[in-house]
Design a binder for this molecule. Structure first.
Ligand code: HEM
Length: 402
């Protein structure tokens, strides 16, 4: 390990940051990196070391463990990183997870299947007669945003507000002033909604979260931060999975034909989409809680440690022929939903939405095709953690009944 690698090397949009990561990974599984500027920071690239790091309790997810010069700004600026399970170590993590854990178990979310099926079909019915759509804005974003709003029990008609706040509070780029303003608007909106709902508690997730607040499990800040995390994590990642996956399938027509011929391949195809072009390119914030080693590299206490799930998914030491997109790949154990204590709580809900979305799109739209040459499909460049498309222009063609 030698030079400090600039982040653009990994995140530069374009067909594939995977080639850049591959070259570095072949030299060493862990590299110095310059994110954030001025920090002692490392990127972990190999599947084996990423998996070990995801399960390593010496790596903290709490902002209190950030070096002082970063801590105060993080605490001031972001409702997202203070007060929810995604940014907490045990025992705080366990306490914050418990009130919402059951709602995301596979058996619980399976009950949403018929409602998700209706939402998917309604969105397809609403595609314009012109037959040209941007899959992201017409389908991939409204589907999971509607699902998470309905599941939480918050007004679906306010989707544009949630989308805007999610954008600012999770990915930027934006100024400190914009961050603060979005944080205040979000807090004001939900403080009012929570006060109203408290007089009319129901059988929804928002009511469960309010009960946890009233029983003293959550503080007010934790209630708001948990809602924000669920809204952000609950829609952008799923939208990117549908966008990335549809683009991959349309660029690999032989794989698409196999799926159309045998819909039983849809669950393994979703795992391959997640491995090959997973929507969480990096795991979130981790700080070395003590001097430690990862992949043979010394990591001083207080360092930022970035885990590349995207690079882990393309590691030839773990996957045969990793650059081949193969919907029949088996075994296909990947780290795209994380691993260990922070494994994605929403994975069953994400997989269910993916299965219904892909099977319905393929069945009802037999002529679905790219409306632009593949090289014109642009990746979002403004997010450090997620990997998704700016837009996916498609020609819809024949539309079969539901
Ligand atoms: C394809 C879709 C999704 C992907 C790729 C994804 C990916 C991930 C990953 C990689 C993590 C672990 C991050 C880390 O350890 O730093 C995570 C955590 C989390 N995800 Fe997801 N996610 C998806 C969908 C969802 C959905 C639908 C929800 C539900 C609302 C959700 C809620 C969460 C929460 C609350 C956490 C924090 C869990 C914890 O820290 O214990 N995710 N997700």
């Amino acid at each position: 390990m030698s030079d400090i690698i600039p982040t653009e090397f990994f995140t530069s949009p374009g067909p594939s940051p995977h080639a850049n990561a591959a070259e570095l990974r072949s030299r060493c599984p862990v590299h110095r990196i310059d994110v954030p500027p001025g920090a002692q920071a490392y990127a972990v690239l190999s599947n084996k070391v990423v998996e070990e790091a995801l399960g390593d309790s010496r790596l903290s997810k709490q902002v209190e463990n950030l070096p002082a010069e970063f801590r105060d700004k993080a605490v001031d600026n972001s409702l997202l990183v203070v007060g929810n399970l995604g940014f907490a170590d045990p025992p705080r993590h366990t306490r914050l997870k418990e009130p919402i854990r059951r709602a995301f178990l596979p058996g619980t979310v399976a009950r949403l299947a018929s409602r998700i099926d209706d939402i998917v079909n309604d969105l397809i019915d609403a595609f314009p007669e012109s037959g040209e759509i941007d899959l992201l804005s017409a389908f991939a974003l409204p589907l999971p945003l509607t699902v998470i709003c309905e599941y939480l029990g918050i007004p679906v008609e306010d989707r544009p507000l949630f989308q805007e706040w999610s954008y600012v509070l999770s990915q930027g780029p934006c100024t400190d002033g914009e961050l603060k303003a979005a944080s205040e608007e979000f807090s004001d909106y939900f403080t009012k909604l929570v006060a109203e709902r408290r007089t009319d508690l129901r059988d929804d997730l928002l009511s469960a979260i309010i009960r946890a607040r009233d029983e003293g499990v959550y503080s007010e800040q934790e209630l708001l931060s948990t809602l924000l995390l669920l809204i952000i994590a609950g829609h952008k990642t799923v939208a990117n999975m549908i966008g990335n996956g549809t683009a991959l399938l349309l660029r690999h027509p032989e794989q698409l034909d196999m799926l159309r011929a045998d819909p039983a391949l849809i669950p393994p195809a979703i795992e391959e989409i997640l491995r090959y072009e997973g929507s969480a390119a990096w795991a979130s914030l981790r700080i070395a809680g003590e001097d430690m080693q990862l992949g043979g590299v010394d990591i001083p206490k207080g360092s930022f440690v970035h885990l590349s799930l995207s690079s882990a998914g393309h590691d030839p030491a773990t996957y045969d022929d990793p650059e081949t997109f193969d919907v029949t790949r088996s075994p296909n154990r990947h780290l795209s939903f994380g691993h260990g204590a922070h494994f994605c709580i929403g994975a069953p809900l994400a997989r269910l939405q993916g299965q219904i979305a892909f099977s319905t799109l393929l069945r009802r739209l037999p002529q679905l095709a790219l409306a632009v040459p593949p090289e014109e499909i642009a990746w979002l460049s403004d997010s450090s953690l997620s990997r998704g498309l700016e837009a996916l222009p498609l020609r819809v063609g024949e539309r079969l009944p539901r």
